[in-house]
Design a protein around this ligand. Sequence first.
Ligand SMILES: [Mg+2]
Length: 237
Amino acid sequence: MLLATDLDGTFLGGTPEDKERLYHLLHHNKEIQLIFVTGRGIRSVLNLLEDTALPRPEYIICDVGATVTHLPTLAAVEPVQSNIAAKWPGDHVRETMKKVRGLLHQEAQQQYRCSYYYDEETDIESAREIAASLQCDMVLSAGKYLDILPGGVNKGYTLQQLLEILVLPHHKILVAGDSMNDITMYETGFKGVVVGDSEAELVRRTAGMSHVLQAQRAGAGGILEAMAFFPEFRSYL
Ligand SMILES: [Mg+2]
């Protein structure tokens, strides 16, 4: 099977016992492939892997889908990455977004996205209009993160593009997340788990999806719960 999981609040969330059990499983069962699908940048994920005993994924989709890296070689995955780069308008996204009232720019080095913090003072409608005029998408998440991404690029899109190259059977894929920037992973139709303590809007938006389990347990516990729930993953526990 392949587990494509968000990091913060999902793979990195839950009780210490659940995390230990999930990580142990992934360390010892080489039949489970792992992909991280995160809003973090690659530098932040590499630091995390250095500092912890986390299982190492084969691929890392970072920047809410805007970059995809093969971890053993640290190479960008082609042609997926070039296709994303071709959709990105470039540096003038940041310049143009300066017009939006109430946006705080995130100080992270980024290539094919622009990230901000927002709050109730932020002029979201003007941000949305500017994004659209640049043929970009705007993604709001966790009530505080605002991302501008190349049009049509998101976690679900890039995961699908990557899986096309890997040619894996559809029914052996489990996606996991906890906030609104994960919704496109469920929209792919892959089996999925919305872990416990997820963003309320994500829980609401996935409530009618029969291929998605809304787990009770938070973080890693929710992933384990889903592996027990869906018959095709049970043998991997
Ligand atoms: Mg998360």
